[in-house]
Design a protein around this ligand. Structure first.
Ligand code: ARG
Ligand code: ZN
Length: 488
C-alpha cells in the first residue's frame, strides 16, 4: 500500500514508466540474456526472505531529509558501495520504503522495480557484477516509509522508522523521528541487504529544520546550514555494523558532552555524548551517570571498546531499548541503570561481533545479560544471587535449547537468562582468569565480523579444554534446565 509500484513490469514497462518525465533519457540497454541463476536470498533460518546471497555491501552513504519532524515523510538518497561473492545479474535489496524515483548503477540510470509483497527493490544490471569488482548503486526515494511488523510480538509493533507527533506539552512538544529496527526494520526506510551477515560501514547525513538536532551511529563529522535555516548533520560509522543497529534520531535535543574515556582500541579516547529531548534530562540522567565507569568495567572483561563514541538518545514512546551502534536508543521509561549497562554491553556483543544467522541471537542477549551480573559484582552486589534468580524464572516458566527455531524465541527469557547462565557455567567451570581470557579472545578474533554458536563452542574447546566446552554445551543444547552453576 505504502509502496505502490509505479513501474510496472520489470524491463519493458519499467523503461517506459520509470524514467524521468520529458527529459532526454539515457535509456540503459536491456541486459543480455544470461546464464546466471536467479538471485537467491541469504537463507536465514528464521527470516528466509531477507537479503541477497552473494551480495556484499561495503558502505551505505545515506542522505535523509526530514522536512517535518514527527511526521513519517522522508526524502532519501543512498549510495551503496558493493561487491559480489558470486556473479550477480540482478541486485535484490530489501525495501518496503518510500516511493523510488530513480536508481543509478555506477552513476547511470538503470531499470528497477519494487515488489512490495516481497519487500524487495529489484535492479537489473547492465552487465553482471563479478566477484572482486566494486560498483555503486544509488537509490533516490521519497514519501512514507513502509511497515515492517515486529515478527517477535503477537500484538502489532511496527519496526523501522518511527514518528512521534508533536504534542502541546512536555517532551514531545517538538515532534521526533527515530529508527528502531531490530531485527528486520531497517528496510522500511533504507534499501539495504537487511541481514546481519552483511555488515557495512555507514555515512549518514541528516537534514532537519532549524532548531532540530539530528544524531546517528558513529562520530559526528560536521554540521552545516545557514542561520535560521535547515541544518545537515553528518556522521561516520567507520567500523562495520549490522543494518539493524543503525541508529538515527531527530528531535529538539539537548546534547550533553562529557570528556572522552580512554578505553578504545590502543587506549584511544571514546567520545561521550548523550541526547535528551526537551524536559527529560532531570528524569533520565540518573540512569546514565555511571556510563564512564561502565565503559571501564566492561572493557576490563571484554577488551577495548570497539567504536569511536558512546552515548544514548532518549525517546519518549514505550518501546524496547535498542543498542543502536555508538548511540543506544533508550526509552525514557526504560532509563534504569541495568538496562543502560545491558545496551552498552551490546556494543561488543551484537554490534562489533554479530550473529551470522538470527537463530544465534542468544549470542547477543545472553552476553549482554551476563554483563549485568559482571557489573553488579563490580559494584559489590551478589552476582550468584542474580544468577539464582535467573535460574528460578527459567525453572518456573520453562526453557529451550539456545539456538532459536522461531521468531517468537529471538528475545525470550531463554535467549537472555539461559544465555547468560551458559556463560556463568563456563566461568564457574574454568575460573575467572580463563573466563576473562576467553571473552577477550572471542571478541578479538571476530571483531568487525560475524559469529555462529559453533564458533563459540570451538573456541571454548581450544582455550579452556573439554571442561569448558562441556559446561557451555550443556547449557546450549540440553532440552531441560541444567542445574544452577555456583561460583566458589
Ligand atoms: N536487543 C534489544 C535488547 O535487548 C531487544 C530488542 C527487542 N526487539 C524486538 N523486536 N522485540 O537490548
Ligand atoms: Zn539485549
Amino acid at each position: 500500500m505504502m509502496n505502490e509500484n509505479r513501474c510496472g513490469a520489470f524491463i519493458l514497462l519499467g523503461l517506459l514508466l520509470c524514467g524521468g518525465r520529458g527529459e532526454a533519457l539515457s535509456v540503459p540497454t536491456l541486459p543480455p540474456p544470461t546464464a546466471l541463476p536467479a538471485p537467491r536470498t541469504i537463507g536465514d533460518s528464521i527470516f528466509p526472505s531477507l537479503g541477497q546471497a552473494g551480495l556484499d555491501v561495503l558502505n551505505y552513504d545515506l542522505s535523509l531529509t526530514v522536512v517535518r519532524p514527527g511526521t513519517p515523510q522522508l526524502q532519501g538518497e543512498v549510495t551503496l558501495t558493493l561487491t559480489a561473492t558470486q556473479p550477480l545479474s540482478q541486485i535484490r535489496l530489501d525495501f518496503v520504503g518510500p516511493t523510488v524515483s530513480a536508481v543509478r548503477w555506477n552513476g547511470r540510470p538503470v531499470v528497477f522495480r519494487t515488489d512490495s509483497a516481497a519487500q524487495k527493490l529489484l535492479v537489473a544490471l547492465p552487465k553482471p557484477l563479478l566477484p572482486g569488482t566494486q560498483a555503486t548503486l544509488t537509490v533516490s526515494y521519497a514519501g512514507t516509509p513502509g511497515i515492517v511488523r515486529d515478527p517477535d510480538f503477537t500484538f502489532p509493533v511496527d519496526l523501522g522508522w518511527q514518528s512521534v507527533p508533536a504534542a502541546g506539552t512536555g517532551a514531545d512538544v517538538a515532534g521526533a523521528n527515530f529508527a528502531l529496527s531490530e531485527p528486520n526494520g531497517t528496510h522500511s526506510f533504507l534499501p539495504s541487504n537487511d541481514h546481519p551477515s552483511d555488515k557495512a560501514t555507514f555515512t549518514t547525513r541528516i537534514t532537519v529544520p532549524a532548531g532540530f538536532t539530528a544524531a546517528a551511529s558513529g562520530v559526528q563529522v560536521s554540521q552545516t546550514g545557514t542561520q535560521n535555516g535547515p541544518q545537515t548533520f553528518v556522521f561516520s560509522q567507520a567500523q562495520p555494523i549490522p543494518t539493524y543497529a543503525l541508529g538515527i534520531h531527530v528531535n529538539k535535543f539537548q546534547r550533553v558532552d562529557s570528556p572522552g574515556v580512554p578505553v578504545g582500541v590502543g587506549g584511544a579516547p571514546v567520545q561521550r555524548r548523550d541526547y535528551f529531548p526537551p524536559g527529560t534530562f532531570f528524569q533520565a540522567k540518573g540512569a546514565y551517570a555511571r556510563t564512564d565507569e561502565m565503559l571501564r568495567v566492561l572493557s576490563g572483561w571484554f577488551g577495548p571498546y570497539p567504536f569511536g563514541a558512546y552515548g544514548v538518545a532518549i525517546v519518549t514512546p514505550q518501546l524496547p531499548a535498542l543498542e543502536t551502534a555508538t548511540l543506544t536508543t533508550m526509552p525514557l521509561t526504560s532509563s534504569r541503570e541495568p538496562v543502560a549497562l545491558h545496551e552498552l554491553a551490546h556494543q561488543w556483543f551484537g554490534n562489533d561481533i554479530t550473529p551470522a544467522d538470527w537463530s544465534d541471537v542468544w549470542l547477543n542477549e545472553g552476553f549482554a545479560t551476563y554483563a549485568e551480573l559482571l557489573w553488579a559484582q563490580s559494584d559489590g552486589q551478589d552476582g550468584q544471587a542474580m544468577a539464582a534468580r535467573w535460574w528460578a524464572t527459567l525453572n518456573q516458566f520453562g526453557t529451550r535449547p539456545l539456538v532459536a527455531r522461531r521468531a517468537e524465541q529471538l528475545f525470550d527469557t531463554s535467549a537472555y537468562r539461559r544465555g547468560a547462565l551458559a556463560l556463568h557455567a563456563l566461568r564457574v567451570a574454568v575460573g575467572d582468569a580463563q573466563f576473562r581470557a576467553f571473552l577477550q579472545a572471542y571478541v578479538a578474533r571476530s571483531s568487525g565480523g560475524t559469529v555462529r554458536t559453533d564458533d563459540l563452542v570451538t573456541l571454548a574447546r581450544a582455550l579452556t579444554g573439554p571442561i569448558g566446552e562441556a559446561a557451555l554445551r550443556l547449557w546450549i543444547e540440553s532440552p531441560t534446565l541444567p542445574p544452577l552453576p555456583k561460583l566458589p
